[in-house]
Design a protein. Structure first.
Length: 444
């Protein structure tokens, strides 16, 4: 059924479909694969395409990229559905593709959600992939190592596509407003703040971003002169939730992560969970939050509770596996743990002080007794001479110095008395006392 738009013309396709890129130049995102000189771009431009699988979250351009590859390589494009395609259908198309190959025509078979194909369906592609009758391009949101038959997977190159970042989504949204295939030529008032809100809500999904933009415009306030105004309230109605609209420079974004970090540092779990909820409900990328929490685990807790890093990393893995909204509980667990864990910034202090000395003493040579000596010549000129192997001693300790001469006696790690770090501090104290009593080994 065709739909009448707000402006009176017939719209037969959703905005995301109308704006689907037709060339690599129009494609947005996946620079790690399609940037100048990158491997996939070189394969496309040199027409050296082989069977491959695109693995990534929804709305990042897997289908679009497959279509662009078909156009760029002048190949016939066939789209298979796991729901409607049986083994008989697959074999009929494969046989036709083999005939076309004999006449010099390439066939790209695109299988969306290839993880939904059963083993028999996947096996049906295998002989034709082996013979080169077809170039198979599969797309999946699931780990292909678990969801694609080993025999088929071994004949495909896996490319990982990433969720689009805010800048890429903003570029797509602004293009939609200016393009003749989108809302170009129409008078639309929509602030960058609202576009940022849409981009954050989309959570890396271009299709979701464009669909939300289209919905807000179709439901915007229409003036007598035909101008459409999209307000914050319209956006909130369309996405059925309150939004935090990050400003153009991202100041509010950084204010919120700062509030979360400082609440955890101040051992305030209630405040930490509140700021976490503010960010997630505004559409913040949960992976961004998990990265900051992981940093916090070592920067502000460290060895005072070494389990903090394990919890943070596990929460990040959970976010990657299941995404929002389910992963909110994992991040909540992580930020509460960080909040109530004992605190120590000894790791950060140690590294920053060592970094300062490392940059100042950048040309300081490695002491001879610490150098690797794989050749006879190196041994003859003293490499490794005087090295003491700690495992040869009863205490598993030696008095050998390991710092450069200019930094002898320098201390970077100064453990606090917080949590487990108190025990580690006692251990380190005993180590230093033993070394002092036994004296430093002479340099050679």
């Amino acid at each position: 059924m065709e739909q009448m738009s707000l402006f009176g013309n017939v719209v037969s396709e959703p905005l995301a479909a109308r704006l689907r890129p037709e060339s690599l130049e129009d494609y947005v995102g996946q620079e790690h694969l399609l940037g100048k000189g990158r491997v996939l771009r070189r394969m496309i431009e040199s027409d050296m395409i082989s069977s491959m699988i695109f693995w990534g979250p929804p709305g990042v351009g897997k289908t679009t990229l497959a279509q662009i590859i078909a156009v760029s390589t002048r190949a016939r494009f066939i789209n298979f559905s796991a729901v409607t395609s049986g083994i008989r259908d697959i074999k009929e198309v494969m046989q036709q593709a083999e005939k076309n190959r004999q006449f010099g025509e390439k066939t790209i078979v695109f299988v969306d959600e290839i993880h939904r194909f059963n083993k028999a369906q996947q096996d049906a592609f295998l002989p034709f992939v082996e013979k080169g009758s077809i170039i198979l391009i599969g797309a999946t949101t699931e780990n292909p190592s678990f969801e694609v038959n080993g025999a088929l997977l071994s004949r495909c190159k896996v490319f990982v596509l990433h969720a689009l970042d805010i800048n890429a989504l903003m570029k797509l949204l602004k293009h939609a407003l200016s393009s003749s295939k989108g809302f170009g030529g129409q008078q639309i008032h929509i602030s960058d703040d609202i576009l940022y809100g849409i981009a954050h809500f989309a959570n890396g999904d271009a299709r979701s971003a464009l669909s939300t933009l289209e919905m807000t415009i179709l439901n915007g306030d229409l003036d007598k002169d035909g101008t459409v105004t999209v307000s914050k309230e319209i956006l909130e109605q369309c996405i059925s939730k309150k939004t935090l609209l990050y400003d153009k420079n991202g100041e509010e974004h950084y204010n919120l992560i700062s509030a979360l970090h400082k609440s955890m540092r101040n051992s305030d779990p209630d405040a930490a969970v509140y700021w976490l909820a503010r960010m997630l409900e505004a559409g913040e990328d949960p992976m961004y939050i998990s990265r900051r929490v992981t940093r916090f685990a070592s920067e502000d807790i460290g060895l005072a509770d070494s389990h903090a890093l394990e919890i943070a990393v596990a929460a990040g893995q959970a976010c990657h596996l299941i995404g929002m909204p389910e992963c909110s509980v994992h991040l909540t667990e992580a930020v509460i743990y960080m909040s109530i864990a004992p605190k120590s910034n000894a790791m950060e202090v140690a590294y920053n002080e060592a970094k300062e000395d490392a940059l100042r003493e950048i040309s300081e040579p490695v002491p001879l007794h610490l150098r690797n000596a794989p050749t006879r010549l190196m041994k003859e000129i003293g490499y490794g001479k005087g090295y003491q192997y700690a495992h040869d001693t009863e205490e598993k300790l030696t008095s050998m110095s390991c710092l450069p001469d200019s930094l002898l006696g320098k201390e970077y790690y100064r453990p606090t008395s917080q949590g487990n770090e108190g025990r580690y501090g006692e251990r380190l104290k005993k180590i230093k006392e033993w070394k002092s009593a036994h004296g430093n080994a002479n340099r050679n």
